[in-house]
Design a binder for this molecule. Structure first.
Ligand SMILES: Nc1ncnc2c1ncn2[C@@H]1O[C@H](COP(=O)(O)OP(=O)(O)OP(=O)(O)O)[C@@H](O)[C@H]1O
Ligand SMILES: [Mg+2]
Ligand SMILES: [Zn+2]
Length: 605
């Protein structure tokens, strides 16, 4: 009972199935006694981190609720004990660990160091200042509000556009021992009431909700909660200039007036200045600090092939070749039309690839089935239109193939960005042709909106120009987003040749090749730890199987248990003790407690 009372320890299976009963309702005398004793021990026993202190406060609120419902379950002694606990928590008599962001990073997420930009944003927010962070997909924006949520106390409100994603986000937080919940239209009225009363009792550090929800009961409930931070994720949705404008996002403009003292953190991966300016204005942010990360993601290997003779095979065959080069690994193949999506998925399946397909023409059930199968590693490849991806947080996508030329550079960057969020090497393959530029032209010709038609034509040409250019692909993309970047030397097919297909276009002169080799050598000397690992791959596969088993038991996607990067490090360094396990990036105390032993056992076999 005592563990069930700890806010972070709501069993994940329950969180998954959305059944949660108010614990305070169900407590009998013994349970109350046990819970109070466990709490007293925690408060007296050792130094508490900020998060632990909040968890204790939440447990105390639970007990308070239980007392209100059933005073007879509380003996005078017990009440005395609870009062002492309350006063030591309130007066700060409890010994404290530092509320150092680095400590929280390690304690919750098991990571040793911040990635570029994360610390700057966290410090700004902790200082109470508004901030806008523009960082590419996978850069690690979420941590910039999750860590302040723990340090600031009170409640951090996270506005996020995707209801489908909230559950996974909350599950991921719960697995890491962070107390999070969400309110949206997918939960029953009764469950909503329960959660709101738990929120009032201070049970959660993080609340996810959709912008639409702010007009409804969430909006009213906010008045009674102690808000410490408002994070607006995917903030480009607020802007007409963004690629996925959402009208309800405009309603967020009232938040700053309503909570003038609460800092607002806006996060987006969309880099154009128009979008940024719009976000700041729409959210009514006050002289926000701005942080702009680099758009260079060096673990993504960019390839581009003109369709036709140089490619030496059809686009479908190329997609198959990429999937075969990474057997059993996750990938996305983007196609322009629904028809091509279905035909390509059929083709891959016929050739033994575990593939599914996804487009907006399928019914909702079908779509979520495919999405879940992909998230849970039950199929490897999803062939999809660009309708697929916004709701995908999966960190181990190892390849993205553009079977057809994307409509814009921004779209291209957005879509390829879904690969390699865990930082491990991943392939992004662009297939393109001039005839597709002409197809976009025809599409534009049919439009009534002249300005839009002109944009369509220009955007398609820009993608084609980039694909054809013989300069570093990463540098070109960065340039497009206004960033100067030297040639990557290692991560694109212009700087280095890769063996993806048997027949390859020759791209570089001997001299250029020598330059690229030199750059590569420089790069290797500063290579990432993951690249330096020498994992036992059959052990890695066994760990993946165990991860899947645990994920199924807990009702969460496998990557939420541990990322591929974490498993690779385990397979490479083979930790034998709990302490060594904690040294692995991605293993924090909560995950260690829940499934560390099983992984240690697998590692020792
Ligand atoms: N300091 C860190 N060290 C190691 N891994 C990290 C670190 N920070 C974040 N990560 C991991 O990086 C991955 C991507 O993080 P996150 O989902 O926050 O990206 P994002 O910037 O929000 O991307 P998107 O724009 O797609 O939403 C996650 O698996 C996260 O756990
Ligand atoms: Mg994000
Ligand atoms: Zn390059």
């Amino acid at each position: 009972m005592a563990t069930a009372l700890a806010g972070g320890a709501v069993p994940a299976q329950n969180a998954r199935a959305d059944v949660r009963c108010p614990l305070s309702n169900a407590m009998n005398d013994d349970a109350v006694q046990a819970a109070a004793e466990a709490l007293a021990q925690k408060v007296a026993g050792r130094a508490l981190s900020v998060g632990e202190q909040r968890a204790c406060e939440a447990e105390l609120s639970e007990l308070r609720l239980a007392w209100k419902r059933n005073p007879s379950a509380f003996s005078p002694d017990l009440l005395g004990m609870l009062k002492r606990i309350a006063s030591s928590l309130a007066t700060g008599a409890v010994a404290h660990k530092q509320s150092d962001p680095v400590a929280v990073l390690k304690e919750c997420f098991g990571y040793d160091a911040f990635r570029p930009g994360q610390r700057a944003i966290i410090d700004t927010v902790l200082g109470g200042r508004d901030c806008i962070g523009v960082m590419p997909t996978g850069a690690g924006k979420s941590i910039t509000y999750q860590i302040p949520a723990r340090i600031l106390g009170g409640l951090t409100l996270v506005i996020s556009p995707l209801i489908a994603l909230m559950k996974d986000q909350v599950d991921a937080m719960t697995e890491a021992g962070v107390r999070a919940t969400y309110l949206n239209s997918s939960i029953s009225l009764e469950e909503r009431r329960t959660r709101v009363s738990e929120l009032r009792a201070g049970r959660y550090e993080l609340l996810y909700c959709a912008p639409e929800g702010l007009e409804a009961s969430v909006g009213r409930a906010l008045n009674e909660l102690k808000l410490s931070l408002i994070a607006v994720d995917e903030a480009h949705c607020i802007s007409h200039w963004g690629h996925d404008f959402r009208p309800a996002y405009r309603n967020l403009s009232g938040l700053k007036q309503r909570f003038p003292e609460v800092p607002v953190l806006a996060l987006t991966a969309t880099a154009t200045p128009q979008v940024t300016a719009d976000i700041v204005q729409q959210l009514g942010m006050r002289s926000p600090a701005r942080y702009r990360g680099s758009f260079f993601r060096k673990n993504l290997r960019l390839h581009a092939y003109a369709k036709g003779d140089t490619l030496g095979c059809t686009a479908k065959e190329a997609a198959l070749a990429v999937a075969r080069s990474r057997p059993g690994q996750s990938g996305i193949v983007y196609c322009l039309s629904r028809k091509t999506v279905e035909a390509t998925a059929e083709f891959l399946k016929k050739h033994g690839i575990r593939a599914g397909h996804y487009h907006a023409g399928l019914d909702v059930d079908m779509r979520s089935k495919v999405q879940d199968a992909f998230q849970n590693d039950e199929i490897d490849v999803v062939v999809a239109t660009i309708a697929f991806g916004m709701g995908i947080d999966k960190s181990n996508v190892r390849f993205v193939v553009h079977h057809d030329m994307p409509r814009s550079v921004e779209g291209y960057y957005q879509e390829l960005g879904r690969a390699g969020r865990d930082g491990l090497p991943s392939d992004c393959v662009l297939l393109y042709s001039w005839s597709e530029v002409k197809a976009y032209d025809r599409f534009a010709d049919a439009s009534d909106d002249d300005a839009q038609a002109e944009r369509t034509r220009a955007q398609a040409r820009e993608v084609f120009r980039m694909a054809e250019a013989r300069s570093c692909r990463h540098a070109q993309l960065a340039q497009y987003f206004g960033e100067d970047l030297a040639a990557c030397g290692t991560s694109c097919d212009v700087c280095q040749s890769f063996e993806l297909f048997s027949k390859k276009p020759a791209r570089l002169s001997a001299e250029e090749r020598a330059q690229a080799r030199a750059a590569r050598k420089r790069e290797r000397s500063e290579s990432t730890p993951a690249a330096a690992l020498d994992p036992d791959l059959s052990l890695f596969d066994r760990l993946r199987v165990l991860r899947k088993e645990i994920a199924r038991e807990r009702g969460v996607p496998p990557y939420v248990v541990f990322s591929d990067a974490t498993l690779l490090e385990m397979a490479s360094t083979r930790p034998k003790t709990n302490a060594q396990m904690l040294g692995i990036s991605g293993v924090g105390p909560t995950k260690l407690e829940h499934y560390g032993e099983r992984f240690l056992k697998a590692l020792s076999e």
